[in-house]
Design a protein around this ligand. Structure first.
Ligand SMILES: Cc1cc2nc3c(=O)[nH]c(=O)nc-3n(C[C@H](O)[C@H](O)[C@H](O)COP(=O)(O)OP(=O)(O)OC[C@H]3O[C@@H](n4cnc5c(N)ncnc54)[C@H](O)[C@@H]3O)c2cc1C
Length: 290
């Protein structure tokens, strides 16, 4: 199908883009990589009257590692972030997660910020932003505000971004010293959206005892779900072997899986538990000799 008629705008500065967003309000949509928006428009599931193409905002094309974290601007494509060695050193989970996002052609065009704003509960990067304690920087004609990931994902495909706001960047938290990170998901085919997935971060002390542990689930509930595992994992030594099934049961007890045409809620719950065991094993292995 073809999209319904729309007016096309091509701003060259952020100010021009935010003015257009302010003018078009509910009827305007930002076009970044188009990997989610264009299919939705072609299927007539979205029919914005104004498209504001931000691909010429060349001042929003940077990746920087700062004291705040890994700052990824709005035009950075998934593939570029995955290839960035400084970002990888600061937060290894980024590359691990991005390798699971769709296929190379989609990663070459789709933006990481676009994926976060799109707020698909099946997507990897919203869960990674939440897990790392990240945030989104939003700009409008009224100024700039920082929205914590914990407040950003309000429903399936629904974020806290207002229609007049442009997400200028996303900031991912960096990995602390002696951190182990992992991400696991189950898909029908390689590159598909996950049926269920989990990302984890643990930290250990010099003796290998776990200090902090967190998991974030995607494609399980309506929004990414963060679970603190410190109560069950703090003090556990990664060098002496741990029974993880009960940890996985604890982790998934509060996560309420949803059912859809791809999986029942029970199947998602089963996948979430199994993937938790695997992801925690991976993360523990990574820091065994840290
Ligand atoms: C076949 C296929 C498989 C895919 N598989 C996966 C997958 O496994 N995992 C995954 O995570 N993703 C997957 N994707 C989606 C892909 O990651 C998209 O690129 C991403 O979700 C959206 O990024 P985009 O830059 O293309 O955004 P667009 O499609 O341009 O925009 C998406 C939405 O975000 C808004 N938006 C975008 N950028 C901004 C901004 N800076 N400020 C304000 N609003 C903004 C748009 O208005 C729109 O509502 C898949 C896509 C396809 C087509």
């Amino acid at each position: 199908m073809k999209p319904s008629r729309f007016s096309y705008h091509r701003p060259h500065t952020v100010d021009e883009a935010t003015r257009l967003l302010a003018d078009t309000g509910q009827h305007g949509k930002v076009l970044a990589g188009g990997q989610s928006l264009i299919p939705l428009m072609n299927m007539r599931l979205a029919a914005p009257e104004h498209i504001i193409d931000i691909n010429h905002l060349t001042d929003l094309d940077d990746i920087a590692v700062t004291s705040d974290g890994v700052v990824v601007e709005a035009l950075v494509r998934h593939s570029r972030l995955a290839a960035d060695d400084a970002a990888h050193a600061a937060q290894p989970l980024l590359r691990k997660a991005l390798q699971l996002v769709a296929h190379p052609a989609i990663r070459n065009r789709g933006t990481t910020v676009g994926s976060i704003v799109h707020a698909d509960p099946s997507a990897e990067m919203p869960a990674v932003l939440l897990l790392t304690g990240g945030s989104i920087q939003a700009r409008s004609t009224a100024g700039e505000r920082d929205i914590a990931a914990a407040d950003f994902f309000v429903g399936p495909m629904e974020s806290a971004l207002r229609p007049d706001e442009l997400a200028v960047s996303a900031t991912f938290g960096t990995a602390p010293d002696r951190a182990g990170t992992a991400i696991r998901e189950t898909t029908r085919r390689h590159g598909d959206y996950a049926l269920a997935g989990v990302a984890v971060i643990i930290t250990v002390d010099a003796e290998g005892a776990i200090q902090t542990a967190r998991a974030a689930y995607f494609s399980v509930a309506d929004t990414p779900q963060l679970v603190d595992l410190e109560a069950v994992l703090r003090g556990v030594n990664v060098r002496s072997g741990v029974e993880l099934q009960s940890v996985a049961d604890f982790a998934t007890a509060g996560v309420e899986p949803t059912a859809d045409i791809h999986a029942t809620a029970d199947y998602r719950a089963h996948l979430a538990r199994t993937l938790t065991v695997r992801a925690l094993s991976d993360a523990m292995e990574e820091v065994r000799d840290a």
